[in-house]
Every structure is written in structure tokens, then in C-alpha cells.
Design a protein around this ligand. Sequence first.
Ligand code: ADP
Length: 490
Amino acid sequence: MSQYILSIDQGTTSSRAILFDLHGNIHAVRQQEFPQHFPDSGWVEHKPADIWSTVQSTCDEVMAEEFGADDEVIAVGIANQRETTIIWDRKTGEPVYNAIVWQDRRTAAYCKTMKSSSHEPAVHSKTGLLIDPYFSATKIRWILENVPGTRERAERGELAFGTVDSFLLWKLTGGQVHRTDATNASRTLLFNIHTQQWDEELLKLFDVPASLLPEVMDSSDDFGKITEGGALNGVSVLGVAGDQQAALFGQTCFKVGMAKSTYGTGCFLMLNTGDKALQSEHRLLTTVAYRLNGKPTYAIEGSIFIAGATIQWLRDGLQLINNASEAEPLAQCTPVDHGVYLVPAFTGLGAPYWDPDARGAIFGLTRDTGIKEIVTAGLQSVCYQTKDLQKAMEKDGIRPITLRVDGGMVKNNWVMQFLADILGATVDRPSLVETTALGVAYLAGLKAGVYGSLEELADLWRCDRRFEPVMSKADRDRLYAGWIQAVHKL
Ligand code: ADP
């Protein structure tokens, strides 16, 4: 008989179910993509039914095909795409509108008005966030303003709001549980990260009735027993965290100053600041990293919207490469100072610029510029953007003591070496890069008593490869100055 923890990793483009053994090794994975809907310019939606059915079928498959008759799942963890907003009817469980995805910009005009009426400083000091369409509050308000009857139904207490974790908990427990964890709550613009409570003033400001809101739990907590999960029925959900926080936990960045950077579609750099919620003066976000036994640990975060998506664009948009793995050999035979800068501001710029109107550009083209320079510039743009975050952190007086990387892009050794060079810092790649799913398996395992302490978890982290900087400071400064010039030309 073997014991496992099952992690549900509900991401932006796919859902995954991963069985971990109790040493944190992957036993089996099932993954399923689901459709993205773009009903208007800048709008991005998911069908809640697709989110739920892909979670159900990946869990069913992994349990049917990889799970023995004598085996046992002792706990379930949920990691989820953050900020994405769903509102449903408490009686029928029917969503009143599609899920409005974190990338969706439909509330940009409203956010601009809110900013200009100078609400931002107060909102920032309570939530650690900026007023931006990225976060849930203005998405909730949009649904209540635009879907007929929903505001009245919400006022009567008939509707429930949730980020994807809450929606899945509701579904898995047959509507018994309406809960979320503190990391997900901290991304809504409605949660005071200092008091760890939903904030009445913020609810008023964004026109959100309190009756919509879930109960906020620790990240490692008893969220409820599964009744609608097929073979998982009877197992409790004991860990929940937003995907980036889950990755920080999976990378075991438990000490102040430890940071992780995830390179998937976008890039999210998160640094543990311990029990202090540091307020950035340079437009980084302050967020709950995890909450254990009622005690929040905070992080500072830089979000870059386009990282690996640049490589997808080089492949699908420009068709310069056939697949992402062709980028590395091209970069290897290109000098780093080829002079071309690609700024992938396809959907505006995230941290530290927060410019929703910026658009992408390529600078420094000459007659001898070819495919390899443009592809290399695309790879380098991901590293320069990370440097922007590092600089913003430095201006806030923070320097990472370690940087651990994960996500689909980190298998590219050339990118990892250039990253170390341009940051002037050591970059560590773990042997297990499924850190998001691992993070909630650890959170669930802590609650289940499988792991006794954070130190015990930290001992499980293994380095696959360490990248040390070899570039001279003069070269680094010159290359980065070229990037800054390019960004300012946008
Ligand atoms: P997400 O979870 O955001 O969907 P993943 O973590 O799966 O993303 O990472 C996929 C991203 O990594 C894609 O955008 C892809 O372009 C990029 N990628 C994958 N392999 C490579 C590679 N060898 N070199 C550069 N980028 C890569």
C-alpha cells in the first residue's frame, strides 16, 4: 500500500492532477487544456464548466490509471490561476457569467477613473496592490453592473463570489463549502492584508456586497471533505494557495530574502519578506505568501505579463522557429551584444512600469540583422524584464539572497546563464520544477501531519543546476542600458 497527496493545479490554459508520494516525488500526472474565449478586444473568459470538467476528468484519470486498490490519498491540495473571478447562484450552483480571467482588461477605463480620483494610496496601503483590471474587485463589479438582475440577487444574498479555488471547493463539496485561503483573498483588492479581514471600506468603494464573499482560511487548513470527486470522495482538501504563492512554497523559500521566479507564459518574481508587509515605493505588489496557524508571511511580487509568450510569438506569429527548443541553439551562436532589443509589451507593461497602453517593438535593426538576433533578443527580453524587477526591489532596499527558478522556460540553459549574467546573481534550478503543484501538496501534507515543520520541507529541495554570473559588470551595465533606452522609446 502506498500513500499519496493529490494536487489539483488549475492553470490559465490547462488543468492538471498530480499524485505526489510523501517524499514530494511525482508519481503520476494528467493534464487537459481547455478553450480560451476572447469575446472582445482585451477580454479573456473561461467557461466555469470547462474548468470544473477538466479538473474532474484529470482527477478521475489519474485515480483510475495510476492508483492501486490498496493505495490511499491522504489529502488534496488546490493551486489555482489567481484573480480570475466567478459568481454563481448559491442554490443551483449555476454561474451567472463566464469566469473573467486575470488577463482581462475590460475594466481599464473604470480603473483609470478610480486612480484619478486618488483612491490608490489608501487601496495600496490596505491591500498591497494597485488599482488595475488584473485584480478581482473591478471584475466582480463589472458582472454586477452588466449582468441583469445580479446586483439585486447579490444584495439578497443569493449569489457567491469566488476565485477559482473557491469555485472548485464549492463543486468538490457539493455546495457545502464557500471558502478561500489568505493568498487568494489577498489578490482581490477587497482584503486588508494587515488585519487579514475583508475590508468594509474597500467593499463600499468597489460596490461589492459582503454577502458574496467566502470565508478566509489559512493556506494549510481543513477546507472541507470532498463529496463530488469520484474516487476522491471522503478525502479532505487541506491545502490551498494561488499558483505563484504555491510555487514559492514548493521552492521552500521560507526565509526572509529567498525568492523564486516562475517563467511560464508570464513571469512572476516573488520574494519572502517574513512577517513584515513591506510597501513598495516602486510599484511592486505586496501580497500574502502563505498563512499558517493564523500567522501571515508576506512577499513582495513583480509580475511580468509576457515571458515565454514571447517565444510562442516568435514561433507562431513570426514563424522564425518551429518550436521553442530551437531558440537555444540559435542564441548559442549569437553574440550577446548584437544590438537588437525586442520589448514584448504585447498587452502593455506590468511591473514596475504598469503601462496598459504600451505596445511591443523591436529596436536596433540593421542590414545584417537576421532570425538569430531577433530570437536571441526575445530570450534576452525575459531576462531584462527580470532585471527591471531586481532594480525596483533594490530601490525598495531589498536584495534576494537566493533566486530559485521554475516554469516551462527554465529548461533553456542559455536563458538561465544570461539571466545569471544580467542579474549579476546566482540562479538555482531545482530538480523538480512542478513547484506549483508541489507547494500545495506540502501545504496539505503539513495539515495532515505528514510533515512536521517547514525545515523538514526545506530539506527536501534539490538543486538540478546552479548558474553563476560570469559577465563583467561593465558588459552587464552596457547591455542593460540599451534595454532601458528601448523601453523608454515605446
Ligand atoms: P504556463 O504554465 O504559463 O502555461 P509553462 O510553465 O508550461 O507555461 O511554460 C511554457 C512556456 O515556456 C511557453 O511560453 C514556451 O514558449 C516557453 N518555453 C518552453 N520551452 C522553452 C525553451 N526551450 N526555450 C524558451 N522558452 C521555452
